[in-house]
Design a protein around this ligand. Structure first.
Ligand SMILES: Nc1ncnc2c1ncn2[C@@H]1O[C@H](COP(=O)(O)OP(=O)(O)OP(=O)(O)O)[C@@H](O)[C@H]1O
Length: 756
């Protein structure tokens, strides 16, 4: 049904602009829409696979109005008869001056080559143990078998997504132990996360005749855990656990202390980004003396790096990065011990090799020098951690650095349907720097990936939620679904939609609430102060945005007592040496006070323009991270659109901030839940159905990579394409890619990666 009434207005979806759908959807949820024929409440359907329509909640006695053809209702008439129903059409909300933007139907990705069935060739296995594995359902194809049984010498396994590298690693380990009787203590098995090391051990224990004592003797874990154990064994005092700087806040505290010497403002300088930069240098074995700082930002980071290292050395502290660098230096300084380890570790098995960084590579190189039995598995198309110092060059150059390397390609994809695999192949084939391989799907049970076109982030979230609800009703489980995004802040709308539903969902443990982001907290502080003029915290939080020092808070407090006024009026009494600032301060009370009576959007505009928040964001200058403050504010405007009052918005913000803590608790439990995650964190995982948010230029590829591309740098853009490839290949059966028509309030353009 295309017709509904909202108050006196007749709404005809035929003429409605796509931008109004979310508002109508919300009105339907608030029971504000009625059927013009039977006057019962109706709601708006806003999903992926069908264009929007109104529907009655009741299922019996269908309303005859549902059959009224929307086309037959003209745009402007005061009243008309249809099928015996009198429809008041006094005014439709479709009377727009400009032509309404129509709803775009979802479409499947077309032109994938037809599926050619090539059943994986059953391998001729001569190993008794592998035969036993096969008999319990753990088959290997020819290439997997070769990878599992080529034990000596350097081996590079280039494995496409979903091609069974985890299976190969575990079977190979079992083969080495059981068939070749290799001493487990001589095997080092390195995984990307502690979780995958554990999973591999558990999987091994399900294999025939595998004893826990044998498995536990393998040296397995992440690079950090393995090399930390070595340090702890030789220098237990120096590497005591209580000396580890575990948390970012601890490290940032040290940086902030050092930053005072440079007069870096605590609230303005991006210390978290500086910490990332220091880690990047360290993992690339670039010490302070090696840094050639190129701009002010790098100069500040270098200064902090020196001070940070000094502080740790003086106080005996160390951080995670020191574990690897420390172990490398320790082994270099103790050639006798290095030789012992070289003699002990005779076999190296390294997973996710595409994401290895310099220090990790060097450690493996020095330890494997005697026998070079180094088995690495990776997919250069899934290298997505360059911001942590990982470099796909190591996988690209492996055969060169380890002469005699046998290269094995695993290209059969056992995870995803043919349409998904073909789409992913077509996407990644556009990358120039890659070792060529084309995946081939083993099955064809799944539809073509879908592109759908919501108006904005809000409608995107609604459409996904509707789709999940439909599939759950048909028997799917919450854990069948993952919603993937480029950066955390993009998850705001879908988080809010899921939080308001009864669908269980989980989010990564380090996800922060969108409203807790520095820039957002700063702008919301103005709104909070407006609503509660006695809010000391809010008064303190607006100071830096007004270019006032934190010490002004004391003066404000004093003025509230002396003048018997609230914090808002106290701004008018603050004395500064600059006439222009004094004039500005005099205007502040009226401006802040006005905010609470405005719509949230109008209030935000006053804060940005009249109260100078826009200037503040710009002057904050080095927005070294990939997310910019100005983008956060555009995101906030999209969120604020749904609220009529500032108070309602703040109430929502507080609710959502509390909610994220609660959801993080759920995430610790093993529950059947929809997964919200960044693409980075989804690596190695698989789901029946995957939704990818905002496949538009600026988001994926991210703006920073487009900027780099304009300056002639291709690598960041290619890494973004790999992210899309990783996202697409997480899906087993269904892949739904959202291409919103607007993003952050501006027209958005489909991701250039989708032009395949
Ligand atoms: N020879 C095989 N026959 C049948 N199924 C297989 C075979 N090899 C692997 N699989 C299945 O294929 C799926 C993907 O395997 P796995 O997770 O090991 O892939 P992967 O290469 O680690 O993927 P990615 O790199 O994309 O994370 C798993 O469900 C696994 O059980």
């Amino acid at each position: 049904m295309k017709l509904a009434k909202s108050g006196d207005e007749l709404i005809n979806l035929q003429y409605i602009s796509v931008s109004q759908l979310q508002t109508l959807f919300d009105q339907g949820k608030r029971n504000e829409l009625i059927c013009p024929a039977c006057l019962e409440q109706v709601k708006l359907y806003l999903g992926i696979h069908e264009p929007p329509y109104f529907y009655h909640q009741r299922t019996t006695n269908p309303c005859p109005g549902a059959t009224v053809e929307a086309k037959s209702v003209p745009k402007t008439e005061s009243s008309m008869e249809l099928n015996g129903f009198k429809l008041p059409t006094s005014r439709t909300i479709t009377e727009e001056k400009v032509e309404p933007t129509p709803f775009l139907k979802a479409r499947p990705i077309s032109k994938n080559p037809a599926f050619v069935e090539t059943p994986s060739v059953p391998s001729t296995i001569t190993s008794t143990y592998l035969n036993a594995l096969q008999s319990i359902g753990i088959q290997l194809d020819q290439e997997q078998l070769l990878a599992a049984t080529t034990v000596d010498g350097p081996v590079l396994v280039l494995s496409g997504a979903g091609s069974g590298k985890t299976r190969v690693l575990t079977v190979r380990t079992a083969y080495m132990l059981m068939e070749q009787q290799i001493d487990p203590r001589s095997i080092m098995l390195v995984t990307f996360t502690a979780k995958s090391a554990k999973e591999m051990q558990q999987r091994l224990l399900t294999y025939p005749n595998m004893s826990p004592s044998l498995v536990s003797q393998i040296v397995s874990g992440t690079f950090h855990s393995i090399f930390y154990k070595i340090l702890l064994f030789h220098e237990p005092q120096k590497w005591r656990r209580d000396l580890l700087l575990k948390w970012d806040w601890e490290k940032e505290k040290i940086l902030k202390q050092a930053g005072r010497e440079l007069e870096l403002d605590e609230k303005e300088f991006a210390y978290d980004q500086a910490l990332g930069q220091i880690g990047l240098w360290k993992n690339s074995l670039v010490f302070p003396r090696d840094v050639r700082a190129e701009d002010d930002w790098e100069k500040s980071c270098l200064f902090l790096y020196e001070k940070y290292e000094e502080y740790k050395a003086q106080n005996g502290y160390y951080d995670f990065d020191d574990m690897l660098v420390g172990c490398y230096q320790f082994l270099q300084n103790h050639p006798d011990l290095l030789l012992k380890y070289q003699q002990r570790f005779r076999y190296f098995l390294i997973d996710e090799f595409q994401d290895i960084n310099k220090i990790q590579y060097e450690l493996i190189k020095i330890l494997s020098i005697l026998e070079k039995n180094v088995f690495v598995v990776g997919d250069d198309d899934q290298a997505i951690y360059s911001f942590r110092g990982s470099d796909p060059q190591y996988i690209l150059n492996f055969a060169h650095d380890f002469p005699g390397t046998k290269t094995i390609k695993l290209t059969e994809n056992y995870r995803s349907s043919h349409e998904i695999v073909s789409t992913a192949n077509r996407i990644i084939s556009r990358n120039q720097k890659r070792l060529s391989k084309t995946m081939h799907a083993q099955h064809n049970n799944g539809a073509a990936p879908i592109l759908f076109y919501p108006y904005d982030e809000e409608a995107e979230a609604t459409m996904i939620l509707t789709d999940i609800q439909e599939k759950l009703a048909k028997g799917a489980r919450p854990s069948d679904f993952a919603i993937l995004y480029r950066t955390h802040s993009m998850s705001r709308a879908i988080f809010e939609r899921l939080a308001a539903s009864n669908i269980p969902f989980i989010i990564e443990k380090d996800a922060e609430s969108f409203y807790q982001r520095r820039v957002i907290r700063g702008i919301l502080a103005f709104l909070r102060l407006s609503v509660n003029p006695d809010d000391t915290k809010a008064a303190g939080d607006v100071l830096s945005a007004l270019f006032l020092k934190q010490s002004v808070l004391q003066e404000l407090k004093a003025q509230t007592i002396l003048q018997d006024c609230d914090y808002i009026d106290a701004f008018g009494f603050v004395q500064t040496k600059h006439a222009f600032q004094q004039r500005k301060l005099k205007k502040i009370p009226a401006q802040i006070r006005s905010l609470k009576n405005l719509s949230p959007l109008a209030a935000l505009e006053i804060i940005e323009k009249d109260l100078g928040y826009q200037d503040f964001i710009k002057k904050r200058g080095n927005e070294a991270g990939i997310e910019k403050g100005s983008d956060d504010i555009r995101d906030l405007r999209v969120a604020a659109k749904r609220f009529d009052t500032v108070e309602a918005l703040l109430e929502h913000v507080d609710h959502m901030t509390a909610m994220i803590q609660e959801v993080k608790q759920w995430s610790r439990q093993d529950i059947d839940a929809v997964q919200l995650t960044t693409i980075h964190r989804a690596k190695g995982l698989e789901y029946e159905s995957v939704y990818l948010l905002a496949a538009v230029d600026g988001s994926l590829p991210h703006d920073f990579s487009l900027e780099a591309y304009r300056k002639g740098e291709l690598a960041p853009l290619e890494e973004e394409r790999r992210l899309l490839y990783v996202a697409a290949t997480r899906a087993k059966q269904q892949l739904s890619i959202s291409v919103p028509q607007t993003r952050r309030g501006k027209t958005a353009y489909p991701s250039r990666f989708l032009k395949i």
